[in-house]
Design a protein around this ligand. Structure first.
Ligand code: UD1
Ligand code: UDP
Length: 421
C-alpha cells in the first residue's frame, strides 16, 4: 500500500540534504521496490532571496515544492510561529504518514512540533499522529546559547526516527535516554549530494569568473563564509576577525560569498572598508589597500567547485566543515565548539574561535602544509538517503501489517477512545 512522506525545507543547508532524499525516493518509485511513496516537498520560505533558495532548486535538480508557506524573516518566535501555523494546515489537508525534517534550523523545529501535536485523518473515522523522522539527529555543540542547539534537542526529543551521521550523535542520544531502536546510524545525506554533484560542479566557470586563473594555473586562494549571530552581530568582534582576514589577504585573495544576514551587518555596522566588491571594476588605481573580496551567496555547484580548489576555507558553517572533510581541503572553523566532532578527529577541521591570533597562526600552519591526512568518516559513502528510505519503508510495511492484523482480530476493548493507526 502506498504511503505518504512530507519532507520539509526552509533554509539553505536544508536543500542539499533533502535533495538526496528526493533522489532516493524517486529512484525507489522508479524501480517499484516496495510500496510506492507519495512524496511531497514543503518549502517554508525561511530563506527566500533567489541565491539563498531558488538557485539551489536548479543546481540540485530539486522538484518544485508542492507547497510554499512563504514565512520569510522574523524574530525566532515570530518565524517559528508562522511556520507552525502554516504547517498545521498542510498536515490537516495532506494527512501524511511520515514527516521528515533535516538539520537544526527554525523550520525544522517548528514542523517537528506541529507534527507531533496534530491528529490527522486516517482510513475510516480513524485519526492518527504522523511519525516524525529527523535526519542529522543527535549532533550537539553543548552550547545552549546557539539557537540551533535548542532546535536539535527539542526535535530529537520528540522524533520517532533519529537518523545519525556520526558516532558522537549516537552517544549523545544514548546519554539523553533515547531508546536505541529509534536511532539509526545511516551516514550523511549532505555528502550523498556532494558525491552526486561533484563532477557537474567541475564544469562551473566560477574560477574564471572570479579571475582565479594565472597562466593557465589556479592561483592560491582562500574562501570565507560567516553567518553565525555569535560572530557577526557584535560589531567589535566581527571587526577584530576582519583584521585577521586582512592579514590572510596579504598572502592570497580571500573570496567571501556573504550570507544575507552578514551583508546587512556589514552595511549597518559601517564595515564596508574591509571589502572590495569582486564583480565591480578594479578599485581606483591609487587604491592599493588589500581587502576581502565580497561576492553574493553562490549557487551550490559554483561553491562546490570553489571549495574543491581552495587552499583553505575559513568558516562558521556546519555543512562546510563536513564538505571540506570529504574534499580534503583544510578548514579553519571560526567557532569555539562544533557539533560535528568527527570532522576534527578524522577530517581537515580545526577550531580557532574568533581569536585573531589563532586564526592567523592556523592559517600559517596551513601555508606550511602542517596538516594530517583526512580519512572518510564511517558511512559517508553516498548511500545515506537510500538507507533512510529503506528504513522508513520497512517500518511502514511493518506498521501496515500490524494494523491489518489488528483489524482482522480486534481484541476486546480495542478501537475505543481516540484510535491510532
Ligand atoms: C539560518 C539558521 C542557521 C543556518 C543558516 C543557514 C536558524 C535559527 N538559523 O540562519 O542555523 O546555519 O540559516 O544559512 O534557523 N535574510 C535575507 N534573505 C534571505 C534569508 C535571510 O535577507 O533569503 C536575512 C534577513 O535579514 C534575516 C536574516 O538574514 O533576518 C537571518 O535569516 P534567518 O533565516 O532568520 O537566519 P540565518 O542567519 O539565515
Ligand atoms: N553554500 C553554498 N553557497 C554559498 C555558501 C555555502 O551553496 O555561498 C553551501 C555549502 O556548500 C553547504 C551549505 O551551503 O552545502 C551550508 O549552508 P550554511 O553554511 O548556510 O548553513 P549551515 O550548514 O551552517 O547550517
Amino acid at each position: 500500500m502506498a504511503f505518504k512522506i512530507i519532507s520539509v525545507v526552509g533554509a539553505r543547508p536544508n536543500f542539499m540534504k533533502v535533495a538526496a532524499i528526493c533522489e532516493a525516493i524517486k529512484e525507489r518509485n522508479r524501480l517499484s521496490v516496495g510500496p510506492a511513496i507519495d512524496h511531497l516537498l514543503v518549502h517554508t520560505g525561511q530563506h527566500y532571496d533567489a541565491n539563498m533558495s531558488v538557485l539551489f532548486f536548479n543546481d540540485l535538480e530539486l522538484p518544485k515544492p508542492n507547497l510554499f508557506l512563504g514565512v520569510g524573516s522574523g524574530s525566532h518566535s515570530v518565524q517559528t510561529a508562522k511556520v507552525m501555523e502554516g504547517f498545521e494546515n498542510v498536515l490537516l489537508a495532506e494527512n501524511p504518514d511520515i514527516v521528515l525534517v533535516v538539520g537544526d534550523v527554525n523550520s525544522t523545529l517548528a514542523c517537528a512540533l506541529v507534527t507531533k501535536k496534530t491528529w490527522c485523518a486516517g482510513a475510516g473515522a480513524k485519526t492518527f499522529i504522523p511519525k516524525l523522522a529527523h535526519v542529522e539527529a543527535g549532533l550537539r555543540s553543548f552550547d545552549r546559547t546557539m539557537p540551533e542547539e535548542v532546535n536539535r534537542i527539542v526535535t530529537d526529543a520528540i522524533s520517532d526516527f533519529l537518523f545519525t551521521t556520526e558516532e558522537s550523535a549516537n552517544l549523545n542520544l544514548a546519554r539523553e535516554g533515547v531508546a536505541s531502536d529509534k536511532v539509526h546510524f545511516v551516514g550523511n545525506v549532505m555528502i550523498d549530494t556532494l558525491f552526486r554533484h561533484r563532477s557537474k560542479a567541475m564544469e562551473s566557470s566560477i574560477l574564471k569568473d572570479l579571475q582565479l586563473f594565472e597562466a593557465g594555473q589556479v592561483k592560491p586562494y582562500a574562501i570565507l563564509t560567516l553567518h553565525r549571530p555569535a560572530n557577526v552581530d557584535d560589531r567589535q568582534k566581527f571587526a577584530n576577525m576582519l583584521e585577521s582576514f586582512l592579514t590572510v589577504s596579504q598572502h592570497m585573495p580571500i573570496i567571501f560569498p556573504a550570507h544575507r544576514r552578514t551583508f546587512k551587518q556589514i552595511q549597518e555596522s559601517d564595515l564596508g572598508d574591509y571589502f572590495v566588491d569582486h564583480f565591480l571594476a578594479e578599485p581606483e588605481p591609487w587604491d592599493k589597500r588589500v581587502r576581502i573580496r565580497l561576492v553574493p551567496p553562490l549557487g551550490y555547484l559554483d561553491f562546490l567547485q570553489l571549495m574543491s580548489r581552495a587552499k583553505v576555507v575559513l568558516t562558521d558553517s556546519g555543512g562546510v566543515q563536513e564538505e571540506t572533510t570529504i574534499l580534503g581541503v583544510p578548514c579553519i572553523t571560526l567557532r569555539d565548539n562544533t557539533e560535528r566532532p568527527v570532522t576534527l578527529k578524522h577530517g581537515t577541521n580545526v577550531l580557532v574561535g574568533a581569536d585573531p591570533e589563532k586564526i592567523i597562526s592556523e592559517f600559517a600552519s596551513v601555508l606550511l602544509g602542517n596538516r594530517p591526512q583526512p580519512a572518510i568518516p564511517h558511512f559517508w559513502d553516498g548511500q545515506a538517503a537510500n538507507r533512510i528510505v529503506q528504513i522508513l519503508t520497512d517500518e511502514q510495511e511493518r506498521a501496515t501489517q500490524m494494523q491489518d492484523a489488528a483489524w482482522a482480530e480486534p481484541a476486546a476493548g480495542e478501537n475505543q477512545g481516540i484510535p491510532s493507526r
